[in-house]
Write a protein that binds this ligand. Sequence first.
Ligand code: OSB
Ligand code: MG
Length: 358
Amino acid sequence: MDLKNPFQTSFGTFSTKDFFIVEAVDGNENSGYGESVAFPVPWYTEETVATTEHVIKDFLLPLLFKEPIRHPDEISSRFSVIRRNNMAKAAVEGAVWDLYAKRQGMSLATALGGEKHRVESGVSIGIQPSVSKLLAVMEHHLEEGYKRIKLKIKPGIDVAVIREVRHHFPDVQLMADANSAYTVQDVDILKQLDEFGLTMIEQPLGHDDIYEHSILQSQLETPICLDESINSLTDARAAVELGSCRVINLKIGRVGGLSETKKIHDFCREKNIPVWCGGMLEAGVGRAHNIAIASLPQFMYPGDISASDRYWHRDIITPPVMLQNGEIAIKDTPGIGHDIDWEALETNRIERQVHRRQ
Ligand code: OSB
Ligand code: MG
């Protein structure tokens, strides 16, 4: 699907999103839906659309079909014999979670233990061609009601840009995401960001680092939030115990599914570490999953869960995700709370596969 606007990060630019939807069907005409969130290129993590398809087809579905499951929490332990490939795992597990919630007659949010009725919404803005363009984009999103702005930064597009933005918007809840573009040698640049009162700085150092972030955090006032570095509860524990971050960005796909996300959430709740829900430029199905998980209590900052129309001319769910006073209402209808917009899906679909339990 074509994005309305190209999205530029420190590692590359996305103009389209290639993905697939997983539909899990039981014997009683119930369907659950999941979305693969990987990109076509392994820039953000090692997975791609092609690797997720391969791993699902050749490894995960045979494991899933091997014997019945009683609860979706059983899936992540069954999949644990396959190393990593977290986005592949999450796409399948998410479809089964939705199916399970529908069979229980519960919203996915309730099935996951969610308590909120609405979640606060933020917007993540890619690197813009100029500061004046950035200010105009920000102005537009703030008028729409978004409660927090996240700006992508990289070396050369950081201190001066944030200074200008802060000057124009002194009170906005603002944060920066570097997607691993800096090294510990850049500590002096990162320290300069302390004066702008950023809510947090996301993933300044290595995508697989936990140790150096602990050194950096001890020298920064601004809280560090880890994204790429947290791929499991084990990683979250290491990061929290080492003081590598004060906040965690949770993405269902990055950590291997909703059950693992819940575990990290519960751990962070115990440790008093706030979490918030990140985004992968999802279409409607993935977005609905994000809304459901963000209803859990430790999600304490607005997420990168923006409305459908921030990304798409026409989303693949109906109704699309909409913003009301900077918040997204959590549907109490069974499952993800949105139907598939089959016409929109068919317009974009290039392939369909069916896999059955033998
Ligand atoms: O680091 O959070 C990130 C988009 C693509 C890859 C990585 C990231 C992002 C975003 C956008 O920041 C989140 C969204 O609006 O979906
Ligand atoms: Mg990030």
